[in-house]
Design a protein. Structure first.
Length: 117
């Protein structure tokens, strides 16, 4: 099966770390065509380009973008809920998660995840 790698860049506005997102992603996904999230360190100064911490996921080429986006949104929400539970705080108000796909000059894709206010 052919796989494509995606980089996921998380906005600091989400209030979760890349590690928290990767853990929620790996707990949520059960489809063998969707790979586990792995953290990849890289040099940079902001969350979009170049990326400080990249979450790399491998997905079968036939997995639709809506399935990818749904899993990203689910992982973000679960990570935010878990963080609130650990802090014994009220879960954060639901915010609309915005995902934008960008193609880098080398042809790789980066999914930029932030909040639509």
């Amino acid at each position: 099966m052919d796989y494509r790698s995606y980089q996921v860049a998380l906005s600091p506005d989400l209030g979760i770390t890349p590690e928290e997102f990767a853990e929620a992603w790996n707990e949520a996904q059960r489809d063998p065509e969707i790979g586990n999230a792995q953290l990849v360190e890289s040099k940079g100064t902001n969350f979009i380009e170049p990326v400080l911490t990249t979450i790399l996921v491998g997905l079968a080429i036939n997995v639709g973008s809506s399935a990818i986006y749904d899993l990203i949104k689910y992982a973000v929400e679960k990570a935010r809920e878990k963080k609130a539970q650990q802090a014994a705080a009220t879960p954060p108000a639901h915010k609309h998660t915005h995902i934008e796909e960008k193609k880098k000059p080398d042809g790789s894709l980066i999914l930029v995840v932030d909040i639509d206010e």
